[in-house]
Design a protein around this ligand. Structure first.
Ligand SMILES: Cc1cc2nc3c(=O)[nH]c(=O)nc-3n(C[C@H](O)[C@H](O)[C@H](O)COP(=O)(O)O)c2cc1C
Ligand code: SF4
Ligand code: SF4
Length: 299
């Protein structure tokens, strides 16, 4: 039986954690969460409904539309555990992750790992509630503070404290791996209501609802050499390279992959990102992120 780990990552933090987790678990599968993955799951669930007696767990990939992207070998057996690793956006999981969760097949032991900057908000609670509505339980939830890729805000961590955060994260990930093998129930503390609620109501919730169109605040300057990186790292094909400059198509995830990976630092989101240092997780390459834009097993 396999340990299946689904992940979403823009600048590599969550991918790094997902990889470490995969290393700590025998027979693990690392699978990027893509818009296609959710659609595939829905189609597979419908197919398995109509063909009873099939050994599928609702995860039959035989119709995978992205097979050309790589070898899709995800097994059909029910996994021993299912993990979801993702970054926090405005106190919640990314929209693409929530969409995926709504279509995820059932599993006995499901856990979530949220990577974040300083303050996670309530990402685990959001996931727990969505799963409850689907008749599923979140067996464990973890928060791993790393570095914020939301470069609008001032940098808060020195090089030394970033290194410390990753060291701590590595130890915690190993512990998570052990917990998963023992199927331990666990729920990390999130941001207390007294802080999370007012911040969410006054700022983050209205902003989160507008995420697809927040790309209207992106601008691209004349340093752009049309290399195509922003298009390639975008998880939802929201960037089109035109004869002029890249344009954004208003179904954005606000993941900040484009802005952080642009080699020319030509993209800004409002004037607040101008002159700010871009962020990419050490040990994760642009190619790793691009690979994660396709639906395939990575281990
Ligand atoms: C739009 C946006 C909103 C974010 N909101 C939060 C937040 O509410 N709390 C937090 O601690 N970090 C926040 N972050 C930081 C990310 O959660 C963090 O950097 C994460 O580890 C990035 O993961 P990745 O490198 O796998 O993409 C935000 C980042 C972005 C781009
Ligand atoms: S990544 Fe930067 S330089 Fe490359 S096409 Fe996009 S905006 Fe232009
Ligand atoms: S346009 Fe940029 S911020 Fe929006 S989803 Fe694509 S990569 Fe992420």
């Amino acid at each position: 039986m396999t340990h299946r780990i689904y992940y979403f990552s823009a600048t590599g933090n969550s991918l790094q954690i997902a990889r470490k987790l995969a290393e700590s678990l025998p027979n693990s599968e690392l699978i990027p969460i893509t818009p296609d993955l959710a659609a595939e799951l829905q189609a597979a669930a419908e197919a398995s409904d109509s063909s009873k007696g099939d050994s599928s767990d609702g995860f039959d990939n035989s119709n995978n539309s992205n097979q050309s992207a790589g070898s899709n070998e995800t097994s059909n057996a029910v996994p021993e555990s299912v993990g979801i690793v993702f970054p926090v956006y405005m106190f919640k999981p990314p929209r693409i992750v929530l969409e995926f969760l709504r279509k995820m097949p059932k599993a006995d032991y499901i856990y979530a790992v949220a990577t974040c900057g300083m303050m996670p908000g309530k990402p685990l609670t959001v996931i727990k509630n969505i799963m409850l509505k689907q008749g599923m339980a979140l067996s464990a939830g973890y928060v791993i503070p790393l570095v914020s890729n939301f470069i609008v805000l001032p940098k808060t961590k020195s090089k030394a404290s970033v290194e410390k955060a990753f060291k701590k994260a590595e130890a915690k990930t190993q512990q998570i791996g052990q917990n998963v093998q023992k199927k331990t129930a666990h729920f990390d503390k999130e941001t207390p209501d007294i802080i999370a609620k007012p911040v969410a109501w006054l700022g983050f919730n209205p902003m989160y609802r507008k995420i697809p169109e927040l790309d209207k605040k992106f601008s691209v300057n004349s340093r752009c050499n049309k290399c195509g990186t922003c298009r390639d790292v975008c998880p939802v094909q929201n960037v089109k390279i035109t004869a002029e400059l890249p344009v954004f198509l208003h179904h954005c995830e606000m993941c900040f992959a484009c802005i952080n990976w642009c080699p020319q630092k030509a993209i800004n989101w409002t004037p607040l990102t101008k002159g700010k240092q871009r962020y990419q997780c050490t040990g994760v390459s642009k190619e790793d992120v691009i690979t994660g834009r396709f639906y395939r097993k990575q281990k």
